[in-house]
Design a protein around this ligand. Sequence first.
Ligand SMILES: O=P(O)(O)OC[C@H](O)CO
Length: 196
Amino acid sequence: MPSPSPPDARPSNWNAPNVITAARIVATPFFIWMLLADGGEMGALRWAAAIFFVVAIATDALDGYLARSRGLITDLGKLLDPIADKFLTGGALVGLSILGELPWWVTAIVLVREIGITIHRLFEARSVVLAAAWMGKLKTVAQSVAITLALLPLASVLGDWVVWVNIVSMWIAVALTVASGVDYIVTVARMGKGVR
Ligand SMILES: O=P(O)(O)OC[C@H](O)CO
């Protein structure tokens, strides 16, 4: 009599958290189109783009929670989730710079860090999959807050002080982007030397 095959302990790559992450990647070009189509006019499409961004960021928290709480953490998820975050935040920053609402140097610093770390993470994945560190997650939160403030046409409703809050939040996001990039490089260097 054939013995029952042992249950596969590894979760499938195409589980709910990873499907949500992939959906975020597929939907991001639509967000960029809405942002640019409004031409900085702060009309309905701009509101739609801002709401899309907030919902997409919320699903980022949701898929992370689902993966951790249901034991659905996979190597694919560890690679895909940061890529989805970078595609969304990078797309928002490029869109804001194209619209003339954000200096290109801010977008350039963030893109260099994000693309550099992504390429390195994909390269390293042949031997070890490096999940996001706490500082990288904090950086993503700071970027999300700054971008949300930049996307929402709040200054016309609440006053110019919102602009200053946005500028400060963007500085914090850029500082954390650089700091978490350095943290990533130091961690990888220490791993290379066998230090944990
Ligand atoms: O800084 P990274 O590249 O590790 O990515 C952080 C993630 O986006 C956090 O969800």
